[in-house]
Design a protein around this ligand. Structure first.
Ligand code: FAD
Length: 291
């Protein structure tokens, strides 16, 4: 099913994320995680594309496996580490495997590379434009409530986002954020800029205190004081941190839904136990129990 059709349903939408194994690592645990998350009957499961494009074949393979389990898959696709021809090959595989949804991303620019070469897409908007013109795939894009790290400022980033949505992007998924007010403010400003594309709020249930501080530094995500206190207190106690992280994410999601945000994308990081707890906590709120 296309994500545009899912968005048209008159109810909150819940999706989870899986990432492929690193090159050389075991495939089986990832498939097991995908299977366990699919059992929760989310609206879709997204499969990331390895940084540097190294795991591209695995993305399609896992997305295809998810579809066989009866759940809609969203295959991520980046272009900064690939030529246009290589991107075309992956798009062909996506279509051949009956996958109808693609998250079109530029990806991070590989260090030391002479990017972009003439045979490469420079921005995600160029990739979105190409996919929309050459196929009937449903295409999503990324957006950044706290601005993309390469942008000089928020306004510039929103103007660039408008270029992406003008190319026909069907939906957007946000970078993780830990303060809902940041998202509400962002949504107000992108709507003011004429961006009417549906937005999925990206929520990360934090289960590792040390990791999150580093991830936030790299992505420019602010850790609010309330969350920082939780990491300080429970960061060295894995079980307690997981419990607190899930509670914090649940709280964020409930507030988002209460304030009219319809699409929730959970960065579940191959952890079915985390996805299960979130789905359970929202059983009546999102209707996961009735599915
Ligand atoms: P773009 O939309 O191209 O933006 C990149 C930068 O260029 C921004 O600063 C933007 O403001 C600027 N820009 C855009 N268009 C223009 C223009 N026309 N003129 C001038 N400037 C412009 N990475 C992976 O490797 N694999 C994944 O699976 C993956 N999944 C992700 C999922 C989500 C929801 C998010 C939020 C990020 C994901 N990423 C992933 C990370 C992403 O690849 C990086 O953040 C990357 O640096 C930017 O990709 P983008 O598609 O947002 O790029």
């Amino acid at each position: 099913m296309k994500i545009t059709e899912i968005i048209n349903m008159q109810r909150p939408i819940l999706s989870f994320e899986i990432f492929p194994p690193k090159p050389g690592a075991d495939f089986e645990p990832v498939l097991k995680a995908a299977e366990a998350i699919a059992k929760l009957q989310p609206d879709f499961i997204s499969v990331t594309y390895g940084a540097g494009g190294g795991t591209s074949a695995n993305t399609v393979k896992i997305a295809s496996f998810i579809q066989q389990l009866g759940v809609t898959a969203l295959a991520h696709l980046t272009c900064a580490s690939s030529t246009k021809g290589e991107v075309e090959t992956v798009l062909h595989q996506i279509k051949q495997n009956g996958i109808e949804n693609v998250l079109a991303l530029r990806g991070d620019i590989p260090e030391g590379s002479d990017f972009p070469q003439p045979n490469q897409y420079r921005y995600a908007s160029e990739l979105v434009e190409h996919i929309k013109k050459s196929s009937d795939l449903c295409v999503g894009g990324a957006c950044y409530p706290e601005s993309h790290t390469e942008s000089n400022n928020w306004t510039e980033d929103i103007l660039n986002l408008k270029k992406k949505t003008d190319m026909g992007c069907d939906f957007l998924t946000t970078q993780m954020f830990f303060d809902n007010n940041i998202l509400y403010n962002y949504l107000y400003h992108i709507r003011e800029a004429g961006i009417t594309t549906p937005v999925f709020a990206g929520i990360m249930p934090v289960t590792n205190g040390k990791q999150i501080t580093r991830i936030c530094q790299l992505s420019g995500t602010i850790l609010p004081q309330r969350f920082r206190a939780i990491v300080d207190k429970f960061g060295n106690k894995p079980e307690a941190m997981q419990q607190a992280g899930i509670a914090y994410a649940t709280d964020q999601i409930i507030d988002l839904i209460a304030n009219g945000v319809k699409g929730i994308h959970v960065y579940s990081m191959n952890k079915p136990e985390v996805a299960e707890k979130i789905a359970e906590n929202l059983s009546e709120i999102i209707g996961t129990k009735q599915r």
